[in-house]
Design a protein. Structure first.
Length: 617
């Protein structure tokens, strides 16, 4: 038996008040009986079972027309539970999924046993507070409440030695050999198990009549009937028509999660105890739980409520399997041990079921890209425009295919399409940038989508700004397989013209695009979008250390556009990376005409760090 940690003792004055209160209550009860006559039931029962329950529903058992479900779950809105502890996670799932639970399991441990019993029976599993192993907790509490606590701490004088320092005589054995004392000491040193007020409040909300305890002393559950889980669960399962299958703890997490609801991970009991009450099978709902598997009882409670379980990364967009499992599901329970402030909208995005080329909804999750660069409206800007739509799609695949021999990642074909191009003439709007019509790009974008290829829209704004031009093509940004590239080489000042100097952009302007594009993506529940920043001189991206990389709606990549000899290109590559050590993803460009020589796929994938994006111009 575990000792119970009590935080207060009853004083003599409190006892007097309590006695007076009891006398008043008894007198009131006699009076009520006298005026109630034969209309009362005469039993004094409040409908509780076993020890009685302050947290049970107000109606008496006699008022029920039949067996009561052991628990009733309702279809939840998305439930994201507190990640800070197993206790808060289990409590959060119970609060989010269950309307009532006349039967609840309370466990001392976040164990497979408790989780699997709950999942099989269809009842919530709540966790007691973590046991306190230090017996000094109880000692300190008693010392603090003792009226002699202050004097007890005063040091003794030399003339008044304490009696516990006197040696024991042969005829008087030392008291520490007393068996009763040994038993008391062992009890004091045992773990102290308590339950939180939040747990007790949840039992009250659920109308709990019976608690099945697992490693928890019955005394900590006041006024509710308690039974040992392993003794009472088999009889309850039989009453509910559930066949329990027992097994040893699972060898791995996935196997264990797969068995929740059908297998109890515990030794099969040799005897069983029936509980008081008339119960029916649990009423479950339709839901799905995504989890990293860290909090077992929380997941077991979700299964008890009717949820399917899917193992997931903390970002559910990361896996094609998770996205497929969440596709179209409305009632999602998320149980993770890590914090993710973006989880709500990430779940909503995953539930669309829309996937990027290569699967999942993250740009660089196990993926690399090889792209053709240019415009479908001209052959002069790169290889992308040297053929028609179908041939461009085929050529992109031909460029990507050889790279697959040199990496374990998926290598996906991509198209980087110039949609606004810097011009030597001011044009009607005077911004020295020509903006091609949206309709002219749709056939190529949709052909790429059908072929499983990624698309990036490239912007050369001239005297305009990047955000204004990106917004002009908002209609195209609705495509889930489409991202954005900003080319600061062609971002000019108010008095500058193209080809007279290399342009640049202040990072504040880039961050405006980051905010706009991230908000656009989140509001429409789109998969993550790639944002490419072109660079071959440090000055092109001013204050890059202040680049906003906090938005998980975007995957940002710096694309190094150096050309010429391989030694010169490598020098540019190294310089830019040394200037931006905080950038995770990098791109490399191979020029057909300007590189001396141009690297083949094997040579390109010898560049370190390995480029995430390779383009051909």
């Amino acid at each position: 038996m575990y000792p119970i940690h009590r935080e207060a003792r009853i004083s003599s004055s409190q006892r007097t008040i309590a006695i007076i209160a009891v006398v008043v209550l008894v007198a009131g009860a006699i009076f009520a009986f006298a005026i109630g006559g034969s209309g009362s039931n005469g039993s004094g029962s409040n409908g509780s079972n076993g020890n009685g329950s302050a947290g049970t529903s107000e109606s008496n058992d006699d008022d029920r027309s039949g067996p009561v479900p052991v628990a009733s779950a309702s279809a939840p809105a998305d439930v994201i539970v507190d990640h800070t502890s197993a206790q808060t996670a289990a409590l959060g799932v119970s609060q989010g999924m269950f309307e009532s639970a006349p039967v609840v399991i309370v466990s001392a441990d976040d164990s497979w046993e408790a989780a699997s019993y709950g999942a099989a029976l269809g009842v919530p599993v709540l966790l007691a507070d973590a046991p306190v192993d230090d017996a000094e907790v109880a000692d300190d509490a008693e010392a603090a409440e003792s009226p002699d606590a202050e004097s007890a701490t005063e040091p003794t004088t030399d003339t008044e030695p304490t009696t516990d320092t006197e040696p024991a005589t042969d005829t008087e054995p030392a008291t520490d050999t007393d068996p009763a004392t040994d038993e008391t000491t062992a009890a004091e040193q045992a773990p102290v198990v308590t339950v939180s007020q939040e747990l007790l409040d949840e039992l009250g909300r659920l109308g709990t009549q019976v608690v099945l305890v697992n490693g928890v002393p019955a005394e900590v559950i006041d006024e509710i009937a308690t039974y040992e889980l392993h003794e009472a669960a088999p009889a309850l399962a039989e009453e509910l028509g559930i066949d329990l299958t027992f097994a040893a703890e699972p060898a791995d997490l996935q196997t264990g999660l797969d068995g929740l609801g059908t297998t109890v991970y515990a030794e099969e009991p040799t005897s069983s105890v029936e509980i008081d009450g008339d119960f029916a099978a649990a009423e479950r709902t339709d839901a799905i739980a995504v989890t990293d598997g860290a909090y077992l009882t929380a997941v077991g409670t979700a299964v008890a409520g009717g949820a399917d379980v899917k193992m997931s990364r903390i970002d559910p967009r990361a896996s094609s399997d998770t996205v497929a499992a969440l596709d179209g599901r409305e009632n999602v329970v998320a149980v993770f041990s890590e914090e993710n402030p973006d989880l709500t909208w990430q779940l909503a995005t995953a539930a669309t079921g829309t996937e990027l080329p290569g699967g999942g909804q993250l740009v660089f999750e196990g993926k690399r890209y090889v792209a053709l660069y240019g415009s479908p409206h001209t052959t002069t800007l790169g290889v992308l425009g040297e053929q028609g739509t179908e041939a461009t799609i085929a050529r992109a695949e031909e460029h990507a295919a050889p790279y697959r021999d040199f990496t374990d990642a998926q290598v996906l074909p991509a198209l980087e399409i110039i949609v606004t191009v810097a011009s030597g003439a001011p044009g009607d709007d005077g911004n020295y940038s020509n903006e091609w019509a949206i309709d002219g790009f749709v056939p190529l974008i949709e052909a790429a989508q059908e072929a499983g290829q990624y698309v990036v829209l490239d912007f050369q704004p001239g005297r305009s700004d990047f955000l204004s031009q990106v917004k002009m093509y908002e209609e195209l940004l609705e495509y889930p397989h489409l991202g954005v590239a900003l080319d600061p080489e062609w971002r000019l000042g108010p008095d500058e013209v193209p080809l007279t100097r290399i342009g640049h952009v202040e990072i504040a302007e880039v961050n405006e695009v980051v905010t706009y594009l991230a908000d656009f993506t989140r509001e429409r529940n789109l998969p993550q979008k790639m944002l490419i920043l072109h660079q071959f001189q440090v000055q092109m991206l001013r204050d890059i250390d202040q680049l906003d990389q906090s938005r998980s709606e975007l995957a940002i990549l710096v694309h190094v556009d150096g050309q010429g000899s391989q030694s010169a290109k490598q020098g540019t590559w190294t310089t830019l990376q040394n200037n931006s050590p905080h950038i995770e993803h990098w791109g490399w460009k191979n020029f057909y005409d300007e590189d001396i020589p141009m690297l083949d796929p094997a040579g390109t994938y010898q560049v370190e760090p390995l480029p995430d994006f390779v383009s051909y111009q």
